[in-house]
Design a protein around this ligand. Structure first.
Ligand code: THG
Length: 262
């Protein structure tokens, strides 16, 4: 499973405050925590400080890269911020994300220019979020079609299934699970990912919901997840799910992990 650490996000109030206070120590702590827990990418988002998004994003990227070589995922819908961020990255980052909204062309141009990986988020060709499976698959086909037309290699593309909170969207869980299964079949060369913690917005015991959902998504075919890697129960759920679904052949990783714990 490809792990994208979600903790450095300005929608989290402590992170927003750390950005405002230029509290490097707090950001460095979040970097270490996620890298030591096994993150393959670190998501970076400063969009909550809208007016200063670019300036804050640059500051975050400098602080993070001073602490780790792990690749970044730049989490912004704004092409200007995306490009400014990419320019600072020592390794080509993962663009998070490109949708079917108006900024698509600009963002695809940036992806080509800097040869980055990218997350395609299936929404935006029509008003409102694609709540049902059919609309969501349609959005995915449109964006993947455009990326192909532009000559972007499949191995650069991560398709996000779009995960909506079950607190406000009763079908959010099942639609995401079905979407993962369908996309795995329809777009076999493309990695399927999702922002797992979205599922539990506003609900109690979020970690329980997150890890049960993650187990189901792994069975459906998920290749990567935007999660909090410092949640040990969640990481163990991944290891167990990979063993159960046969991705971890003869449970080698599972056994190694459990031996290491003793
Ligand atoms: N797909 C893609 N990118 C994404 C998402 C996605 N980026 C953002 C998000 N979804 C994934 N990251 C988070 C980060 C934080 C939370 C959830 C997902 C979260 N935050 C608390 C909340 O909103 O309740 C913050 C509380 C606080 O500290 O103030 O749950 O789906 N491509």
């Amino acid at each position: 499973m490809i792990i994208i650490g979600e903790l450095i996000n300005s929608t989290r109030s402590k992170v927003k405050k750390a950005i405002e206070d230029k509290n490097e120590g707090y950001i460095r702590k979040l970097v270490k925590l996620q890298v030591e827990a096994g993150a393959n990418y670190l998501d970076v988002n400063s969009a909550m400080t809208v007016k200063k998004e670019i300036e804050d994003l640059k500051w975050l990227i400098e602080v993070i890269q001073d602490e780790t070589d792990v690749k970044l995922a730049i989490d912004t819908p704004a092409p200007e911020a995306m490009e400014a961020g990419i320019k600072l990255c020592k390794k080509p980052p993962l663009m998070n994300s490109i949708t079917n909204e108006g900024k698509k062309e600009k963002l695809i141009k940036i992806a080509k220019e800097y040869n980055t990986e990218l997350i395609a988020l299936p929404l935006g060709s029509k008003k409102g979020l694609p709540v049902n499976l059919e609309d969501r698959l349609n959005e995915a086909k449109i964006i993947l079609g455009d990326l192909e037309k532009e000559g972007i290699n499949q191995d650069k593309i991560y398709l996000d299934v779009l995960i909506l909170g079950i607190g406000s969207n009763p079908s959010g869980g099942r639609t995401a699970i079905q979407m993962a299964g369908e996309c795995k079949k329809e777009f076999p060369g493309i990695k399927i990912i999702g922002g797992l913690s979205n599922i539990s917005f506003g609900l109690p015991d979020r970690k329980l919901l997150n890890r049960v959902f993650l187990a189901m998504m792994i069975e459906a075919g998920l290749d990567g997840a935007i999660i909090d890697p410092s949640d040990k129960d969640l990481m163990e759920t991944i290891i167990a799910s990979e063993a159960i679904t046969g991705r971890d052949k003869y449970c080698k990783s599972y056994i190694k992990y459990m031996r290491g714990k003793k």
